[in-house]
Ligand binder design. Structure first.
Ligand code: ADP
Ligand code: AMP
Length: 220
């Protein structure tokens, strides 16, 4: 399956993507994680991306699309992928469509995670991620690691993302509403959107998502 996850920052996209990708045996591709890996490896792309990420703005389309395309062309993604954080505006969605069309492929579903803004703010405020791999995600109250400050998966140090500060989160939410939300209508016009509530326990949200994707798969 080729799936896009959408939802505001802090909705739980990364958390759900890890389980869904595992259940569906497809790679989880997060452009945010790819940028953070570039930042920790101190690449030129990382330096460029950080200047936008720290302000809560989108990294320019040209570099983002090239990076996402490069990742989607890796051998593990031939039979499908779960995109998290990409596309993030209509031009990225159009670029993705063109890329898939040129290979004779298409998306199967766009899973829209709905969460009230007050909950998103609480989730982001308590989010802690691992220095070794930003896909290892915890929360100070909702998903506590066994040992405070230490990643359960790899023993890495947990820290708060620079862009999870209150001011940057406000900007990121504004960017979500103005630039990312329009992709939902773009994909609705293609009949691809399934919306679920992302409130409640992580495992309940995963079950809801799997059920919605199964229905979508049968409808296709
Ligand atoms: P996104 O990738 O959409 O930005 P994350 O998956 O990083 O969101 O989740 C944001 C924070 O919320 C993390 O700290 C995560 O542990 C927590 N979280 C995710 N899903 C839930 C949930 N269903 N209930 C409570 N907290 C959650
Ligand atoms: P995320 O990890 O998805 O919350 O993304 C963190 C930050 O990375 C965003 O606020 C953007 O600055 C940048 N980013 C991630 N994905 C994209 C994208 N598809 N387009 C532009 N910028 C992105």
């Amino acid at each position: 399956m080729r799936i896009v996850l959408v939802g505001p920052p802090g909705a739980g996209k990364g958390t759900q993507a890890a389980f869904l990708a595992n259940n569906l045996s497809i790679p989880h591709i997060s452009t945010g994680d790819l940028f953070r890996a570039n930042i920790s490896q101190k690449t030129e792309l990382g330096k460029l991306a950080k200047s936008y990420m720290d302000r809560g703005e989108l990294v320019p389309d040209e570099v983002t699309i090239a990076m996402a395309k490069d990742r989607m062309e890796k051998p593990d993604a031939v039979n499908g992928f779960l995109l998290d954080g990409f596309p993030r505006n209509v031009s990225q969605a159009e670029a993705l469509d063109e890329m898939l069309q040129s290979e004779g492929m298409k998306l199967d579903a766009v899973l829209d995670l709905e969460v009230p803004e007050a909950e998103v703010v609480k989730r982001i405020a308590g989010r802690r991620i691992c220095r070794n791999d930003s896909a290892h995600v915890f929360h100070v109250t909702y998903k506590q690691p066994a040992k405070e400050g230490v990643c359960d998966v790899c023993g890495g140090e947990l820290y708060q993302r620079d862009d999870d500060s209150e001011e940057t989160v406000r900007k990121r939410l504004e960017v979500y509403h103005t630039q990312t939300e329009p992709i939902i209508d773009y994909y609705k016009a293609q009949g691809l959107v399934v919306t679920i509530s992302a409130l409640g326990k992580v495992e309940d949200v995963t079950s809801r998502a799997m059920e919605a994707l199964r229905r979508e798969d049968h409808a296709a």
